[in-house]
Design a protein around this ligand. Structure first.
Ligand code: NZQ
Ligand code: ZN
Length: 392
């Protein structure tokens, strides 16, 4: 077991109608003028944005708005948001939406308190030294960005998708009303469930340390998400299932399921960020498309964890060799993805990549991880290419 820091400063307000508490929470965290940042329009169509602006008007909190954060949010809008914050003396950010709006808001927050180019933080040239305080009203359970220290932005030039991690961007509060996720298309619900699972699985499939309590939390979380993802595929308006998935999403990426390990593997995410950077696919679907190929490539180097996953998460009877059990666990996980209509290959994801594309993605991925990464198995550029090829 390794030592760890566990830092989750986000105040979580969970339940029906909790978005009405946004003005009081902004005040509680010192906000005097807010930027409300949102995505492509779902919050306009659902009426949520209007309810939020009405409540700020009523509370006498001035604000400006900026919509347009697209899935795989772009740097151009971040620059626009930074200029707006500086011009309007904004001192608080309210992200209303999913991971894309939240990540874009985090990047705006970094840039608003800095004089240089915010991309430097995503290009690993400089480390952030601060961020405007940020609150979240979440509309999709997926990334865990509502509690995480992470923000992922795509630079239009070269379609480079990179993450920046720091405690400065952890939201001050997260309003989690499961009802707000009921307008999601089924595909996005399933993408979200996949992403939630992966945030725990990336931490679980490791050769570096383990901790019984962390493993038990991780396994319970994964079983819960799989059960409720199945339920939501049949009954999308099931409040309790939405609530289970929503809380799992936050816990999956706030550090809890990594306490005591070496930090995890994270290569499925790194490979997927190349896919969604280049082809603009949904992050969760990209993860599902690549996971099976990654798992088959690495499982022999991480056999005890793959066996444990098959038995404790999937619920397989542990008969046969460890290798057989591990492989059956991988097959069952892919069957689950297919059941919730997630792709298990690039073809099913709708991506027809050329050999040159695969080579370019493997190269960019290797550069992004400084040559090699992975705890289940350390992967270099040639391994990354082999996994991309196996996932066609
Ligand atoms: O843009 P709008 O119109 O709001 O539509 C969104 C978008 O099309 C829609 N949507 C969201 N809530 C809805 C809704 N539609 C109807 N009703 C609702 N209640 O769903 C689509 C996806 O939204 P998005 O915010 O892009 O999804 P997600 O939360 O999955 O975020 C994905 C981004 O987060 C990054 C991903 O790489 C990707 O760029 N990640 C961020 C992480 C973090 N910050 O910790 C970790 C993750 O691993 C991930 O990399
Ligand atoms: Zn993710």
């Amino acid at each position: 077991m390794y030592g760890f820091h566990y830092y989750t400063p986000t105040k979580v307000v969970f339940g029906k109608d909790t978005e009405t508490q946004a003005p009081a929470l902004i005040r509680e965290f010192g906000g005097k003028k807010a930027l409300i940042h949102y995505g492509g329009g779902s919050v306009v169509r659902s009426g949520l944005l209007k309810r939020v602006t009405d409540s700020l008007d009523e509370a006498g909190i001035p604000y400006v708005t900026l919509g347009g954060a697209v899935p795989n949010p772009r740097l151009g809008l971040v620059y626009e948001g930074i200029a707006l914050c500086k011009r309007e003396n904004v001192d608080f950010l309210l992200a209303v939406g999913g991971g894309s709006a939240i990540d874009s808001a985090k990047a705006i927050g970094y840039g608003a308190v800095d004089e240089g180019d915010v991309w430097d933080f995503y290009d690993y040239k400089r480390k952030p030294k601060g961020c405007l305080p940020l609150g979240v009203i979440l509309t999709i359970s997926a990334t865990g960005s509502e509690m995480s220290d992470s923000s992922v932005i795509t630079k239009e030039e070269g379609l480079v998708k990179r993450g920046c991690n720091s405690d400065y961007c952890r939201p001050k509060f997260a309003i989690l009303n499961p009802e707000l996720t009921m307008t999601l298309p089924d595909y996005q619900t399933a993408c979200g469930c996949t992403d939630i699972m992966m945030h725990t699985m990336e931490r679980y499939f490791t050769n570096g340390g383990n901790m019984e309590i962390t493993d038990s939390i991780a396994e319970g979380l994964l079983r819960t998400v799989m059960k409720n993802a199945d339920l939501l595929a049949k009954d999308p308006q099931n409040y309790d299932a939405r609530a289970e998935v929503m809380w799992a999403g936050s816990l999956s990426h706030n550090g809890l399921t990594g306490c005591g390990s070496d930090g995890g593997d994270w290569m499925v995410h790194k490979l997927e960020h190349e896919l969604s950077g280049l082809y603009d696919v949904a992050h969760g679907a990209g993860l599902a498309a690549i996971w099976g190929s990654w798992a088959r490539y690495v499982y022999k180097d991480c056999l005890p964890r793959f066996r444990r996953f098959a038995v404790n998460v999937i619920g397989l009877n542990p008969v046969g060799t460890d290798e057989e059990i591990a492989l059956r666990g991988i097959e069952a996980t892919e069957a689950f993805f297919r059941r919730i209509h997630m792709p298990t290959s690039l073809r099913e994801l709708g991506v027809s990549a050329t050999e040159e594309d695969l080579i370019a993605m493997a190269h960019k991925c290797a550069v992004g991880v400084n040559g090699a990464k992975g705890s289940a198995k350390l992967l270099k550029e040639a391994d990354m290419l082999a996994i991309f090829k196996a996932s066609l």
